[in-house]
Design a protein around this ligand. Structure first.
Ligand code: EPU
Length: 423
């Protein structure tokens, strides 16, 4: 479903009320679906979000000969008949996460051909550390235009890979590829995101020998893989939960975010607590209320367990309503502050000091505006901005929000937000 969100903003009222469940994490569901391509048999997953990127990964896998079903929040991949090695170009270009499938296909089939992956417009997203890592494991890399052909006719070898940049998808890709390599693989300067740990847990449930996931050094020993005996539950989406927290901090009388995993959200919870947002945690439920005044804070995005770059846009919206001067340093992507120009157009006082640093002064009331989201996270941040603004906003490119959030308008409406979709 494409279209435009039409939002009649609350104009400063803090009346949202109700409970909002968090679904499974996009950035874990996608690598786990790719991991299933390593296994000759059926892999089952629960708590899978019904989002456009999951549908794209399903189609990519089907294009390679896997049989995939997705019903409700359950997803099954049967990869015994996997035969393809060439990615369907348009699908692969539609999302960055297509890159994670290169590891399993190369490891299992001995070759893989794929285009430069596309995805969000949030800055340069090269694949150099993937290519270097595959070379380290003995693969040949042939680059023709924007198409890459990797081959390892005799299988991937063991090796020691140091990632010069911490990369979530590279860590996941090489953990998966290494599970079928002929010798031990060590990954250094690995990402520590909960999704990396979940990917290791799934692979271990399939027989992989992995040590150190969740730390900077991951060691993978050769093993043989078979289908896990139990369905694997996708972890809660900490970015979705962070976004809902921002909405609650801005406009909720009381919002109960259910199905979250607060232990994955330390940096985000710390930021909201520094903003003086009343939050209480009871198991997997986080209750949030909008305070009289929000406090200005400094944040700096960082690899996990630091403050997640994907939560920067919604928190930026919250900071436009904070009393005083906030500072936001975006350390991961060099284009991930550009969307703030639209917030300025709505009345926010945000000064871009460099591609990596913004100063936000508040509070400034926001006025409704017609805006178009550039990516998944900024798109939903615009929904938040429109929700608190005075008047009716149109937020275009709803299909980008659909890549990461399951039917968001149907979930926000019951809280008392006047939001609909014009197709
Ligand atoms: N990088 C390189 N060379 C590479 C790969 C990455 O220089 O070969 C750089 C990137 O340019 C960036 C940094 O490494 O500056 C970190 O990027 P990373 O590779 O970690 O990002 P990613 O794995 O492509 C995942 C998420 C992103 C999230 C980032 C950072 C998935 C599918 N995507 O991307 O999620 O922002 O980690 O946490 O897991 C989103 O969901 O909206 C999203 C953009």
């Amino acid at each position: 479903m494409a279209g435009t969100f039409v939002i009649d903003g609350l104009g400063g009222k803090k009346t949202l009320r109700g409970s909002l469940p968090v679904f499974g994490e996009k950035n874990t569901a996608l690598p786990l679906m790719a991991a299933a391509a390593l296994i000759s048999g059926e892999s089952r997953f629960t708590n899978v979000p019904d989002i456009a990127d999951v549908a794209s990964m399903k189609s990519l896998l089907e294009g390679m000969g896997a049989y995939v079903t997705h019903s409700g929040s359950e997803l099954s991949v049967r990869a015994e008949g996997l035969s393809g090695t060439v990615f369907e170009s348009a699908l692969a270009k539609s999302m960055r996460a297509s890159i994670v499938l290169t590891g399993p296909i190369l490891a299992r089939m001995g070759s893989v051909t794929f285009p430069m992956p596309g995805g969000d417009v949030i800055g340069a997203r090269p694949i150099d550390i993937f290519l270097d890592g595959f070379r380290k494991l003995g693969a040949d890399v042939l680059e023709t235009g924007d198409t890459y052909q990797l081959s390892a006719a005799n299988g991937l070898q063991g090796g020691d890979i140091f990632f010069r940049v911490v990369s979530v998808t590279a860590t996941e890709t090489f953990m998966m590829a290494a599970a079928l390599a002929k010798g031990p693989v060590t990954l250094r300067n690995a990402a520590m995101e909960p999704g990396v740990v979940a990917t290791a847990d799934f692979l271990k449930a399939c027989g992989a020998k992995i040590r150190g996931a969740g730390t900077p050094t991951i060691e993978i020993e050769p093993s043989s893989l078979q289908p896990a005996s139990e369905p694997f539950k996708i972890i809660p989406d900490r970015i979705e939960a962070a976004t809902f927290l921002a909405l609650g901090a801005l406009a909720a009388e009381e919002l109960v975010i259910t199905g979250a995993e607060p232990s994955h959200m330390t940096a985000v919870l710390d930021a909201f607590s520094r903003m003086q947002v009343p939050i209480s945690i009871d198991g997997n439920a986080i209750t949030v209320r909008s305070p009289e005044k929000l406090g200005a804070i400094a944040i700096r995005t960082h690899e996990y367990p630091g403050f997640p770059t994907d939560a920067q846009p919604p928190v930026m919206v919250a900071l436009t309503q904070a009393e005083g001067e906030s500072s936001v340093i975006e350390s991961i992507f060099d284009g991930r502050l550009m969307y703030t120009a639209e917030l300025v157009g709505m009345g926010a006082d945000i000064e871009i000091m460099s591609p990596h640093r913004a100063i936000v002064k508040g509070p400034t009331p926001l006025k409704a505006r017609d805006i178009v989201g550039p990516d998944i996270r900024a798109g939903l941040a615009f929904v938040l901005a429109a929700a608190i603004a005075d008047g009716t906003s149109h937020v275009g490119n709803a299909h980008l929000v659909d890549r990461g959030y399951q039917r968001i308008e149907e979930r926000l409406k019951p809280l008392g937000l006047d939001i609909s979709r014009k197709v």
